[in-house]
Write a protein that binds this ligand. Structure first.
Ligand SMILES: O=C(O)CCC(=O)C(=O)O
Ligand SMILES: [Fe+2]
Length: 409
């Protein structure tokens, strides 16, 4: 048994500046996995990852430096770098800083843009982006709706409060989104219309995207090996420089009146491959397999919540799990606070066909057990995501919004 991560006490895991997450609500049984140990290919940690991805499809990933000398990346160069990259606002988001920081974290520059994941850096970027997100939602609605790109057939940009639906009856949601495309920020596609206040933060968004994507590729590489797929198969479907639906999302939900509360974001499975989620207030709930009780995911400081999406289910013939989740008003003393979350959605490249991959006996066996299973249609990643995302918008086709959860426990 490892005890390093477990020796942090509760105070280290809490957001002390926020009202505490209540003790008396059901919480979901997410395993806590250490990035530092995964990146050293620790076999025990890899089996925890495998178990979490097969059984629940959700886990916590500890992104902090583990406090032992051998684990801590404290070379003076890296420490000094972090300082030198902060601008006068204390934010690490200058354009020149990006290049310098990339140079430091990149050990083996395999593909254009790619970096090695650095957990503390990702945590810092997430914290900085929480501030940026607040300023986006503070803009007047008339300004924000200029960036609702639904009518152009895009799921990037703004989605206003109540502009999504949470069920087949068309009940309106209770949150706003702002979605930023990876390809826009990396210069792989034309820039989309966006509020001017985001301009100075494109460097920060780029860093967050690179770090999140590198994290996802590390996880995909480890899962690839567990699945006995040909080397690099899963990561190669998720190249940072391929055109894809990868996006950063801020989710923003003001507190709901005490006598009129409803689900803010309706139950769903994520559409893509791997989701990296930063939460501070509670409200996210999962429905664990074989239960009918929604359980809260308690936010933990220094950790991301990672969950798998439907693409991973389809590519592995259902070996890996994408679990249903939803967002409700924050619980207990947190109920009167505005909730915001920050998400990175990694998705296979647009042209990847979402069907079981060849080259793994494990996947072949699973496919044989369930021959008509998940390959019932030939659909690309782009079509799948567009259909599901727009199906959940008002006026969309709800019957097309569903995912692989249908017919499954
Ligand atoms: O806000 C959250 O905690 C989760 C958001 C979510 O599930 C999503 O945007 O798909
Ligand atoms: Fe989700």
């Amino acid at each position: 048994m490892h005890d390093k991560a477990d020796r942090y006490d509760e105070a280290d895991l809490s957001f002390l500046e926020l009202p505490t997450f209540p003790e008396d609500v059901p919480t979901a049984p997410l395993l806590r996995i250490s990035l530092s140990r995964l990146s050293k290919s620790d076999p025990e940690e890899i089996s925890k990852l495998w178990k979490a991805c097969c059984e629940l499809g959700f886990f916590y990933l500890d992104l902090r430096n583990v406090s032992t000398t051998e684990d801590r990346p404290t070379s003076p160069a890296v420490d000094g770098l972090n300082e030198s990259l902060k601008n006068e606002n204390g934010r690490a988001d200058s354009a020149t800083g990006d290049d310098e920081r990339e140079a430091q974290v990149k050990i083996e520059p395999t593909r254009e843009f790619e970096v090695n994941v650095h957990g503390e850096r990702l945590l810092q970027d997430a914290e900085d982006l929480f501030r940026v997100g607040r300023s986006v939602f503070d803009l007047p609605v008339e300004e924000k709706i200029k960036y609702d790109l639904k009518d152009q057939g895009s799921y990037f940009g703004y989605k206003g409060y109540g502009q999504g639906v949470i069920d087949a009856a068309g009940t309106k949601d209770r949150n706003e989104f702002y979605n930023v495309s990876k390809d826009d920020i990396l210069g792989l596609s034309e820039p989309l219309p966006a509020p001017e206040l985001l301009d100075p933060h494109r460097g920060l968004l780029k860093s967050f995207i690179q770090q999140s994507h590198a994290l996802v590729c590390l996880l995909l590489g480890l899962l690839n090996d567990q699945l006995n797929l040909p080397h690099d198969k899963l990561p190669s479907l998720h190249r940072l420089d391929s055109i894809s639906g990868d996006q950063v999302r801020w989710v923003h939900a003001p507190p709901q009146p005490m006598d009129d509360r409803r689900t803010a974001l309706g139950q769903h499975t994520d559409f893509g491959s791997v989701t990296v989620l930063f939460n501070r207030l509670g409200g996210l709930q999962v429905l664990p397999p074989n239960t009918d009780e929604w359980c809260y995911v308690k936010p933990l400081r220094g950790h991301a919540v990672i969950n798998l999406g439907d693409a991973m289910v389809k590519l592995t013939a259902g070996i890996l799990r994408s679990n249903i989740h939803r967002v409700v008003n924050p619980p207990g003393q947190q109920a009167n606070h505005t909730r915001m979350s920050l998400v990175y959605f990694a998705r296979p490249a647009d042209d990847v066909v979402l069907k079981a991959l060849d080259g793994s006996t494990l996947i072949d066996q699973k496919r044989q057990q369930n021959p008509d299973g998940l390959d019932d249609e030939e659909i690309t990643s782009k079509e799948w995501i567009l259909r599901r995302a727009l199906g959940r918008r008002q006026g969309g086709d709800w019957t097309k919004a569903g995912g692989t959860e249908r017919g499954r426990v």
